[in-house]
Structures are given as structure tokens and as C-alpha cells.
Write a protein that binds this ligand. Structure first.
Ligand code: NAD
Length: 481
């Protein structure tokens, strides 16, 4: 059994009222640990601690080179404990080991190394003003106290891609992991302290939505970096208007995958199955709406259904598992109700459509599900399902498919499958999405921005964009006359 406390300043403490909640293994529906359920008083204490940490000599006096070294050390410690942390992520989230150990953990370490390099390269500029006798230059200065609120689908990787740039730019933070999956974030915070992050600079509050709400409403917080649902993102945008808290919002997605008539169908099937079912479809960039040229739609649907139904379903810790459990019973019920709506609205269920029984009946396992004959107005084509549900639709003409792909509230990711170089270059600018992949499964790299158009959120993370997201521009005018 794991147990997790709050980190406030230098102290690991219980919630001020002693309250705890439990976290479960979604592969077996058994309790694997408990964590402190932070109170309003704990939120106040964490914000005060972060402010003190931000202003401390230990942090303010650290040179960019020293900050970079600390970040690099965090990456090394993540790699030292990689197997243990990846196993913990799989236990708490359900993530197949090839994802937790092969992708999430290495990505988290890579992100810290990437921003370790940035710590010494956050440059300002000198502006050529027309006031005689003045020198004017701009610096990037940290925002102060940043609340980093993360979802349950990629707990460690998403925490890393917020925390690394926040520290590289000299901020202090309060991490708030999702209540379903707090355990890997606790290890990350322990590692930060071991790596030499000064007391108060990284604080940890575990707990549910009320803890996130209290942070969003707190006047002592300068910035909210949030990844999660569009609904909560809307709440944060509304509340942060009161004090103009800076916000970065990475929200939902409903990615179209456009298969042109000339597409390599076998490559597209393989890439789309991986893109759709990566982490059991619990990914904001998951490919979900498959627009297939009508000349290829039957071939594609048959091959897609065969590939999706052939994947090994099982607990994440098993080496051959490709599709793990959904994160919770509540989420499984949600996915199942979307599948039911697809049936009710007249889509053709080609494979899947049910929970897995037998040996896996205790866990939250759901069969990869493919619907054909989906129309754009069906709920499964419009709303984010965040599970293993794939919808195939036919189209005839490129202008038509661009309009239909763009006809969504979301705008995070799109993918295009074509052998034609002109189409590969001319179609992406017509698609209203933050990232367009061409002949590719969805990839994330610390050097490339991530974020969306429309209701997929505000701002970009990763790359140099996160440096902007965690700093303000400050101008200095010097009278030299
Ligand atoms: P969620 O919005 O329910 O919760 C996310 C986090 O916010 C949790 O830590 C939760 O405790 C907290 N929270 C809940 N209510 C809050 C409130 N009112 N104020 C402040 N904090 C609050 O999301 P989820 O169900 O954990 O995650 C799934 C969602 O995340 C999906 O919609 C998915 O698309 C999105 N997501 C987006 C990206 C991206 O990069 N765009 C990445 C991963 C997940």
C-alpha cells in the first residue's frame, strides 16, 4: 500500500483535518494506496510556502547555470528510478508498460533535460527607441507562484512538461495531480527535493476538484497551468478573469484522420490504430474521426476492425498488453454510454462495443470499438469520448472533407494520410488544429509546441513557447544623459 502526504515547504504533512482518499488499480479494482485530501487551510499554507520559496535567497540566488544543473539532475534521478516509477504509473493509471516505461518516463526525463538547457538561454532584447539618451532593454522575468493542475491520463509526463519550464524560468510551483492518479507525481516531487530544488519552490497538494478550485480562486496564485477537460478549462477561464491570473489551458480533442484516395491503407491502418488506441484511447490527441475517401472506405473499415480487434487486452504490467483498462468505473460507464448512443443513433457497430469479461471482469477493460456509417451529427462524432471508440465516415471531395474535419468545437490534432507531396503541404494550413501530422501517429517531443485552436484551449506548451507561458516581459528604461 502506498500512502502520500502533502509537501508544504520542507515538510511532508497530513491534511490539516487528517482526511484521506483512496486510489485504486484500475486493472483489478483494488485499493493500492491512500493520499491526503488537502483542505482550504492546506491550500493557503502551500501558496504561502510557494511565495516564500519563490522569494527565498536559495532560489533567487541560484544562477541560471545552477538551475540548469538541478533540472538535469532531476532527469538523471527519474532515469535512475525509471523502472519503479513506470511500474507505479502502470499500477495507478492502468497504462500498459510499453507506454509508461517506454514513452512516458523517458519523455519526462527528456523534458527536464530540454529545459535544463533553456535555463541559461532565456534572453531579452534591446529596443531601438527614439528617446534621446535612453537605453531600453527587456528581460523575461518569472511570474511567481504557479499552480500546475494535471489530469489522470498521463500523470507523470504532463506534470514534467509543466514543472520543467516553470523551474527553468525561476518560478515556484504547487503541483495538483488528479485524484485518480497521484502516485507518480509524489515520486517526482520527492526527486525534485533530492535533486536540490530549494524548500518551498516545489509544493504538492493531493486531493480532488475542490483543491483545484481553491487554487484557481486563490489571489496568491499568479498562474494556472491546467491540462484537463474543456468544462473545467471554461471554469478556470471565467474565474481567472477576476484577477487576470495568467492561464495556459490544454483541453479536449476530437482528432480527424483524413485518408486521401491515394493513401497507403496498410500504413494508415497501423498508424491510426496506434493513434486511436494509444493508452486505451485516453489521450487528448487520440485519432477518433476517420474520414475515408469513398473509393477506399470498405477496404479501410475491414482492415481497421481486424487490426483493432486483434490487439492484446490485459493488465498494464503484462509485457504483451497493448490495450489496458480504462481509468475508473465512472469512465468505463461514460465510454459505454457513448457506444450505446452510437447504436441508438444508427451507426453500424463493426467490432467491440462491450466490457471485457472472464479473467478481466474485475477491472475496467473495454473492447476496442469500431463504428462504420457514422454521420457528422452523431454524438460519437462530435463529443470527446476519451476511450477506445473509432468512427469511420466516407467522403468524396477534398473541399468537403476539409469543411467536415473542421466542423468541430475542438482543434488540437489532425492527421492526413496521402502519398501526394502537394496535398501533404497544402492541406495542413486549411485544417484548424494546433498540430497536423502527415502519415504519422501522434507524437510529442519537448522541442515542438503542443496546444489547440478553439475549445482545445489557450496557449502552447513545450518548446520555447513554455518559456513565454511562465514569464512576463519587463522593460527597463535607463536615462544615460
Ligand atoms: P478534469 O478536468 O476532470 O480534471 C483535471 C484536473 O483538474 C484534476 O486534477 C482535477 O482534480 C482538477 N479539477 C477538477 N475540477 C476542477 C475545478 N473546478 N477547478 C480546478 N481544478 C479542477 O479532467 P480529467 O478527466 O482528469 O482528464 C481528461 C481530460 O483531459 C480530457 O478532456 C482530455 O482531453 C484532457 N486532456 C488534454 C490534454 C491536452 O494536452 N490538451 C492532455 C491530456 C488530457
Amino acid at each position: 500500500m502506498q500512502s502520500a502526504q502533502l509537501l508544504i515547504g520542507d515538510e511532508w504533512v497530513s491534511a490539516s483535518d487528517g482526511a484521506t482518499s483512496e486510489t485504486i488499480d484500475p486493472a483489478t479494482n483494488t485499493v493500492i494506496g491512500s493520499f491526503a485530501e488537502a483542505t482550504g487551510a492546506d491550500v493557503d499554507a502551500a501558496v504561502a510556502s510557494a511565495r516564500a520559496g519563490f522569494e527565498s535567497d536559495a532560489w533567487q540566488g541560484m544562477t541560471p547555470d545552477q538551475r540548469g544543473k538541478v533540472l538535469w539532475r532531476i532527469a538523471e534521478l527519474l532515469e535512475r528510478d525509471a523502472d519503479q516509477i513506470a511500474a507505479l504509473e502502470t499500477l495507478d493509471q492502468g497504462m500498459p508498460s510499453f507506454v509508461s516505461g517506454g514513452i512516458s518516463l523517458p519523455l519526462a526525463a527528456q523534458v527536464f533535460r530540454y529545459y535544463a538547457g533553456f535555463a541559461t538561454k532565456i534572453e531579452g532584447k534591446v529596443s531601438p527607441i527614439s528617446i534621446p539618451g535612453n537605453l531600453t532593454y527587456q528581460r523575461r522575468v518569472p511570474l511567481g507562484v504557479c499552480a500546475l493542475i494535471t489530469p489522470w491520463n498521463f500523470p507523470l509526463a504532463i506534470a514534467a512538461w509543466k514543472l520543467a519550464p516553470a523551474l527553468a524560468t525561476g518560478n515556484a510551483v504547487i503541483l495538483k495531480p488528479a485524484e485518480q492518479t497521484p502516485l507518480s507525481t509524489v515520486r517526482l516531487v520527492e526527486i525534485c527535493r533530492e535533486a536540490g530544488v530549494p524548500a518551498g519552490v516545489v509544493n504538492l497538494l493531493t486531493g480532488g476538484p475542490e483543491v483545484g478550485k481553491a487554487l484557481v480562486n486563490h489571489r496568491g496564485v499568479d498562474k494556472i497551468s491546467f491540462t484537463g477537460s474543456t468544462e473545467v478549462g471554461q471554469y478556470i477561464a471565467r474565474v481567472s478573469a477576476d484577477d487576470f491570473k495568467r492561464t495556459t489551458l490544454e483541453l479536449g480533442g476530437k482528432a480527424p484522420s483524413i485518408l486521401c484516395a491515394d493513401a497507403d491503407i496498410d500504413a494508415a491502418v497501423m498508424g491510426n490504430v496506434q493513434g486511436a488506441l494509444f493508452n486505451t484511447g485516453q489521450a487528448c490527441g487520440a485519432y477518433t474521426r476517420f474520414f475515408v475517401h469513398s473509393s477506399r472506405v470498405d477496404e479501410y473499415t475491414t482492415k481497421l476492425a481486424a487490426a483493432a480487434s486483434s490487439l492484446t487486452i490485459g493488465p498494464g504490467h503484462k509485457a504483451d498488453t497493448i490495450v489496458g483498462p480504462l481509468v475508473s468505473q465512472e469512465h468505463l460507464d461514460r465510454v459505454d454510454s457513448y457506444v450505446q448512443s452510437g447504436r441508438d443513433q444508427g451507426a453500424e457497430l463493426i467490432t467491440g462495443g462491450s466490457r471485457v469479461d472472464g479473467d478481466l471482469a474485475d477491472g475496467f477493460f473495454y473492447r476496442p470499438t469500431v463504428f462504420g456509417g457514422v454521420t457528422d451529427d452523431m454524438t460519437i462524432a462530435r463529443e470527446e469520448i476519451f476511450g477506445p471508440v473509432l468512427s469511420v465516415m466516407a467522403y468524396d471531395d477534398i473541399d468537403e472533407v476539409v469543411a467536415r474535419a473542421n466542423d468541430t468545437d475542438f482543434g488540437l490534432v489532425a492527421v492526413l494520410w496521402t502519398k501526394d507531396l502537394t496535398t501533404a503541404h497544402t492541406l495542413p494550413p486549411r485544417l484548424r488544429f494546433g498540430t497536423v501530422f502527415v502519415n504519422q501517429l501522434p507524437l510529442i517531443d519537448p522541442g515542438a509546441p503542443w496546444g489547440g485552436f478553439g475549445m482545445s484551449g489557450w496557449g502552447r506548451e513545450l518548446g520555447e513557447y513554455s518559456i513565454d507561458g511562465f514569464t512576463e516581459t519587463q522593460s527597463t528604461f535607463l536615462n544615460l544623459a
